[in-house]
Design a protein around this ligand. Sequence first.
Ligand code: GUN
Length: 293
Amino acid sequence: MTADIIDGKAVAADLRARIAASVAAFEAKTKETPGLAVVLVGDDPASQVYVRNKGKATEKAGMRSIEHRLPASASQEEVIALVRALSADHSVDGILVQLPLPAGIDANRVINEIDPAKDVDGLTELSAGRLLLGKEGLVPCTPQGCVILAKSVRPRLEGAHAVILGRSILVGKPLSLLFLAENCTVTMAHSRTKDLADVCRSADILCAAAGRPALVKGDWVKGGAIVIDVGINRIGEGAASKIVGDVDFEAAKIRAGAITPVPGGVGPMTIACLLRNTLVAAARRRGLADPEV
Ligand code: GUN
């Protein structure tokens, strides 16, 4: 058996098209255009690429992209002052502070200055708490993307055993709550988990978000399982370098029922979900119903 390859690019393009249509309807109704502010501190090359791509996608969806760049030498107080100003600016609907921040800046302090109504990354303490409590809020983008991709091949996840490899704030922990909300049975696995291969083999849905290249071997995958690979690992040097996931794709695809590639799987979904959160935030801030995207 060879797995279906889950085309994250196509799923994301479809979502972005629906968002663009919904942005047009929002504008017709409110005479306003949703705006996403992205704050980039320093000159980390990977972050610069991400921020550029986010800006392009935001404009392509018909929204305003507002970029703020601060030098790596910026103080924590300067970054906080900028985030406070964006929180107070009515024309800004979403705020994203690109991570990682330079050493010496407390990312938690900065993130928690974001108005939770504009927290399109879902990373403030209030957003995290609301997700835990099952209350309406803004949900982190990458976990949202993982669930959408899993549902693209299995629309009802109820009863499935979801194993999540990795317990980060950005992906693993919020993803566990989203799968629980889908009535999955959820197992969190991590670097200290005993018999990791066996735990993975029990998964109907295996999400690898450990940040370790090819950690998941082919024989860790149960026959027919859905494999969602969140890893983005650069291996090799210079021109010979390439991006690989946390799953040994070639070995896993022989056993899985469906699998996401890297690149072209979860990655494109993260930006699409960011656009969705921006539109949702813009609607909620004006007392409008959530757009159906
Ligand atoms: N850096 C890598 N991934 C992310 C993300 O999802 N949000 C932010 N703000 N920074 C990141």
